[in-house]
Design a protein around this ligand. Sequence first.
Ligand SMILES: [Zn+2]
Length: 114
Amino acid sequence: MSERARERIAGERAAAQARLESLQHHLTSIREVSTWTGTDDEHDPEGATIAFERAQVQGLLEAAREEIAELDRAEARLDAGTYGVCARCGTAIGRERLDALPAATTCITCADRR
Ligand SMILES: [Zn+2]
């Protein structure tokens, strides 16, 4: 199970990393557009649109970074031998749940209680 989990985590991490990079490109191009057109101004309708889009992309970037951090922590738990154990109640997290969410830290019962 741990080899399988390791593969899942590596796969998810690669996907999150690719997403992070494409979002960074996107953010750079938004910045370039606002520099070229000089519309980096909240009072300009076009500037507001760009500011909104930039905020959205930054939000997605944050989410991707957090996902990578979670996957890194999951990998550290694999190394420590504590992977797949609920952080709250100490019972085993179901395999199906780990397949769906390889970075899960709690069993489905504790997650539902949250
Ligand atoms: Zn639990």
